[in-house]
Structures are given as C-alpha cells and as structure tokens.
Design a protein around this ligand. Structure first.
Ligand SMILES: [Ca+2]
Ligand SMILES: [Ca+2]
Length: 226
C-alpha cells in the first residue's frame, strides 16, 4: 500500500477518535446541557432488555387427549361444571374407585403414571425460560388431595397439600403450586410445543385450571382468572 494512503488513513482514524472522545463537548471546552426530551415525540419502544412475563392458562376441562377409563371400562376421569357466581368447567377424578388411601401401590415411591386416568394438555412456550406451574383445584379430603403432574416425558411430580382446607372433608377452590423440597419447582422449558399431563394419584379431587408462568407468585383465592 502507498505510504501516503497509510498516513492519510492514520490521520482520519485519529480525527475520528478525537471526535468520538470529545462527544458532548463543544470546541471551546464548554459542556453542552443534555438535550431535553421532546414531549411532542412518542416515547421510544421498550428495549430488548425489557422481558415481558409469560402466563399460559390451560382449562382442565379441555384436554388435548383424555384417557378416562380404567382397565374394566369404568370412567375414572370426567368433565363437569360448577356455578359459583360464574360457571366454571373442571376435570374431576370421581371418588370411590381407589380402595386404599393414596396409591394402590406403595405410597411415597415414584409411581406416577401407574394408575389409570390421564389428561394431556398441549401448549406453546413462547420462549426458552424458567416456568412455574400452579393448579386451581378443589381437594376432597385427606385421601383426595393430590395429583401427579409432568411435562413431556420428564419424571412425574406429586402435588399434595392441605391448601384450602376448611375441615377434613371440606375444601375450597384454591391455587396449588407444584413444589419440590418445599419450594415452588422450576421447569426449564424450550420455546415451542410441550405437553402437560395430569395423572391420578388419589380419587376425589377436581381441577379447574393450570397456570404456567415465568412469575413464581402463586395466585390468591380470588384470582380465578390469573
Ligand atoms: Ca379418595
Ligand atoms: Ca376450568
């Protein structure tokens, strides 16, 4: 390369650097006041660093696929509706077909998926993120206050708690977080299609909605439509 062109390029680079470093200063060394925002102009759109929370609500009475029969053909999951100011639809595991309290198998073992009664719900995660799951459910009693939950083909997670208890056989509709080690469980999901499954753990409970959200807060009793 010609030495003259190289020298010119160096000079141009130095001038550009001086202008860049001196940005905001006038040539006489006086600092310019910052420009005031023009109220006639619309506010700029949110930048890419502003993350919008995600809330996906699944109605339990509208499964993508329902396996509602036991081996003998009896119906062990059914869709119902209740009127509480407004009508809500729900999925119910009717009471009376599980003889022993809890699992027919050994309680405490990871036996999710062994009992009949499975409801599947397809949903779309809009982005890869950490999600939390809550169920709006009404338990029946201490032998009807649980369900297995899983995403895709991951291990089943048991949900069992005393939330909404008025007395031993009387519970309110409440939101139940899917927990692990006494903390709300984190589900790392990729963007795109996933399937949430509800599987029988005990008979008796009813399920209104599933909330899958990037916000870990559990909705309150009055938040029927989160
Ligand atoms: Ca029961
Ligand atoms: Ca519902």
């Amino acid at each position: 390369m010609n030495r003259g062109i190289v020298a010119l390029a160096v000079i141009v680079a130095v001038v550009v650097a001086v202008i860049a470093l001196g940005g905001g200063h006038s040539t006489n060394g006086q600092t310019q006041p910052p420009a005031k925002p023009d109220p006639s102009r619309p506010a700029p759109p949110p930048g890419p660093n502003i993350v919008v929370p995600v809330k996906i609500v699944l109605e339990c009475e509208k499964p993508t696929k329902l396996e509602d029969k036991a081996a003998d053909g009896s119906v062990i999951m059914r869709i119902g509706s209740a009127h509480m100011g407004k009508t809500i639809g729900y999925l119910e595991i009717p009471d009376g077909w599980i003889k022993t309290c809890g699992l027919e198998n050994v309680k405490g073992e990871d036996t999710g998926g062994k009992l009949p009664g499975k409801a599947f719900y397809e949903f779309d995660a809009p982005r890869e993120d950490e999600y939390y799951i809550c169920l709006r459910a009404k338990w029946m009693d201490s032998c009807g206050n649980s369900v297995w939950v899983r995403i895709d083909d991951r291990p089943y997670v048991g949900v069992e708690d005393e939330i909404g208890k008025i007395d031993d056989s009387n519970f309110k509709w409440m939101w139940h977080p899917v927990t692990e080690m006494a903390k709300i469980k984190v589900f790392k999901l990729s963007a795109g299609k996933h399937v949430l499954e509800l599987n029988t753990k005990e008979d008796g409970p009813m399920f209104d909605k599933v909330l899958i959200a990037t916000d870990a807060n559990v909705p309150g009793e009055s938040e029927v439509d989160p």
